[in-house]
Design a protein around this ligand. Structure first.
Ligand code: 6R9
Length: 659
């Protein structure tokens, strides 16, 4: 394990504070005591199929009931086999026959200060029209659709419209470059791309349509036949005749009647690309029935969401958190979900608190990196606003350091709101380890206990549980409804990455999360961060391989090694060690050029914070770059541990000398 990981273990071990759920919260909560949580957990453990089957029946609408809850042919699972369901129906239509018809489904706030509210009836209408527009462009059940959008209601509308007609969506974060977009469209063999002219981000306009044009230039993504463009930023864009269509034009022609397609439980709902330790990003595949149930139940119990709540998750829909906890989970519950286009920025550092006050937000879900940024900006910003509407806080994306937790609890939550620290992943679909806010006592920095039906453990590389409170690998030992089903077009990669990393014994497969963790004497989980070559920058997963490949694609670069360095605000920052082709020599200009190059290849989030030139990289005799050493050097620490496998020791001395 890395130096950084060891440091985390130590600092966390000293954490002894315990916070009971506030009694006022517990009294009104769905799950209001530890024993109720324990009962649910025990029930799910004793008979997972019965547990999930009962909930599926009570909580969701099915066109046709399943005949088997779980079919587990390790490592391939099918949930609710034979069932027919549509998640857009569960998120929209079923609320229309209740009083919720005219309740706000989405409250949207734009970065420049414009806003819109869509009731369930209005959202349903828009989704039906959007679905019909896609049909008009030839999209049928099973066709993949790329979505490259700013955070505007049409992003949610497009996703729900895809789900409605059974066209799997693949959302690509609007901050990704044209190159990254192209790779994902090609891998998913997308037939249609949905985008906008531009989107607002930090007071600039991101030219989304221009990026799409670049991705599609020279037949870059040959399966793409049409582009559907939503008007947002009003700037001039090129519209390719025959290929590009304005949404507001098509909207005039289509009907608002579009029945939801009864989907098989196991039909693909979406593909979402995420970074792995090696190679290209993986297309994580989620299917319909199990994902619907899992995001529904976790939203209901972990956010304790009620009809009177205004719920706000600050994620972008380009990430899994946006999929599960801005769109599907909240809307399936008939909740009011707030969506914000902007982020805190120098021109508006207090914007989050303005929004909490303006809409009376009750449940607020954000990331540790945001919390650390708020700490730096100072307490005066949240203190200047009325945050008394808040009743529950959540965090996700990376381990939260106990001091950031305490600040969040005190300054934002006024010491009255429980905090639910939710550990989960793109692959898990929904929360896996997280506190039930009315039931589980909180320890700052711990994601606490697993969700009912989740059998989590900490093991060594042979799959044996570690002793006592030692650190090890976080694994899941039983399938759960929200789990990924495969890696798109790559079942072998699914098998080897997730289920064979820890070798299965007697057909007992365990899911390898890629995270290190520790379990304390109360059974609480303490997540220690990634154990693979994944860097977590502000809660965004980036593979070191991807950034290295981007660097090496520049003509000046011979070889590159990328590592993470602990960063107070971002969690980790990116440090790249680069050797140059002989014709080139190090310069400030080249550093800027390389940073720009990575930004173009992957996106601004992958831009290295630091680039260091070196004559050679430290390697093992078998030629593997010793990232462990580079990590120590990057963070200015002494190189500890075994260096005997190093091929050329002088490389290390030169690097230390600040080559
Ligand atoms: C939901 C999401 C997953 C990785 C995961 C872990 C880290 C997420 C965390 C957390 C500690 C938490 N992570 N939540 N670490 N405590 N509450 O972030 O998905 O983008 O796939 O990232 O994020 O390292 O493995 P994804």
């Amino acid at each position: 394990m890395t130096q950084a990981t060891q440091a985390t273990i130590e600092s966390i071990l000293q954490e002894k504070r315990l916070f009971a759920p506030p009694p006022e919260f517990s009294q009104q909560a769905y799950v209001g005591s530890f024993s109720e949580y324990q009962q649910l957990y025990d029930k799910a453990k004793a008979n997972p199929e019965q547990f999930w089957g009962e909930l599926a029946e009570q909580e969701l609408h099915w066109f046709q009931k399943w005949n088997k809850v779980l079919d587990w042919q390790p490592p391939f699972a099918q949930w609710f086999v034979g069932g027919k369901i549509n998640i857009s129906y569960n998120c929209l239509d079923r609320h229309l026959t209740t009083w919720r018809k005219n309740k706000a489904a989405l409250i949207w706030e734009g970065e420049p200060g414009d806003s819109r509210t869509l009731t369930y009836a209005q959202l349903h209408r828009e989704v039906c029209q959007f679905a019909n527009a896609m049909k008009q462009l030839g999209i049928k059940k099973g066709d993949r659709v790329g979505i490259y959008m700013p955070m505007i209601p049409e992003a949610a509308i497009a996703m729900l419209a895809c789900a409605r007609i059974g066209a799997p969506h693949s959302v690509v974060f609007g901050g990704f470059s044209a190159e990254a977009l192209k790779d994902r469209l090609v891998d998913a063999q997308a037939k249609l791309v949905i985008t906008a002219d531009g989107g607002y981000r930090k007071d600039n306009i991101i030219p989304l349509k221009e990026q799409v044009d670049r991705a599609l230039a020279d037949n870059g993504a040959p399966t793409v036949e049409n582009v559907l463009v939503v008007r947002r930023s009003q700037q001039q864009i090129h519209m390719e005749p025959g290929r590009d269509h304005w949404w507001h034009d098509l909207k005039q022609e289509v009907s608002a009647d579009c029945p939801a397609e009864p989907m098989d439980s196991e039909d693909v709902l979406f593909i979402l690309y995420t970074s792995g330790s090696t190679g290209k990003p993986k297309g994580v595949v989620h299917t319909t029935g199990g994902y619907n149930l899992y995001t529904h139940m976790t939203t209901k119990w972990i956010f304790d969401i009620k009809d009177t709540d205004v719920y706000w998750c600050t994620a972008d829909i380009g990430w899994i958190t946006g999929h599960s906890y801005i769109i599907y989970g909240p809307l399936s519950n008939g909740a009011t979900s707030l969506m914000y286009e902007g982020v805190p920025r120098p021109s508006n550092p207090g914007c989050f608190w303005d929004i909490v006050e303006k809409y009376g937000v009750n449940i607020f879900y954000t990331a540790p990196t945001a919390i650390r940024t708020f700490i730096k900006m100072g307490e005066h910003l949240p203190k200047a606003r009325d945050l008394s509407s808040l009743r529950l806080l959540g965090t996700v994306g990376e381990p939260i350091n106990p001091e950031a937790w305490m600040w969040y609890y005190r300054v934002i939550g006024g010491e009255r709101c429980p905090i639910t620290d939710t550990w989960w992943q793109t692959e898990t679909g929904g929360h896996m380890i997280a506190s039930f806010p009315g039931a589980i006592p909180m320890k700052p920095g711990s994601a606490t206990l697993p969700f009912p039906g989740v059998v989590a453990d900490v093991v060594d590389l042979d799959g044996n549980p570690v002793k006592g409170e030692e650190g090890g690998y976080l694994v899941i030992k039983h399938p759960w409804p929200g789990m990924l089903r495969t890696v798109y077009n790559n079942p072998d990669r699914y098998r080897s990455t997730y289920w064979e990393h820890i070798p299965p014994k007697n057909e007992q497969y365990v899911y390898f999360s890629g995270d290190g963790a520790r379990k304390d004497k109360d059974g609480y989980f303490w997540i220690m961060g990634r154990v693979d070559d994944v860097i977590n920058v502000s809660g965004h997963r980036l593979g070191t391989m991807e950034i290295e490949s981007a660097l090496v694609s520049h003509p000046a670069v011979a070889e590159a090694a990328v590592v993470g360095k602990p960063d107070e605000v971002m969690g980790e920052s990116i440090v790249a060690f680069v050797t140059l082709e002989s014709k080139y020599s190090p310069s400030e200009g080249l550093i800027n050029e390389l940073r720009q190059h990575v930004s173009k290849e992957i996106g601004p989030i992958a831009r290295p914070g630091e680039i260091r030139f070196t004559d050679a990289l430290p390697k093992t005799r078998s030629g593997k770059i010793m990232r462990r050493l580079l990590r120590s050097i990057a963070s200015g620490q002494e190189v500890a541990g075994d260096t005997s496998t190093l091929e050329d020791r002088s490389v290390l001395d030169k690097l230390r000398g600040g080559a």
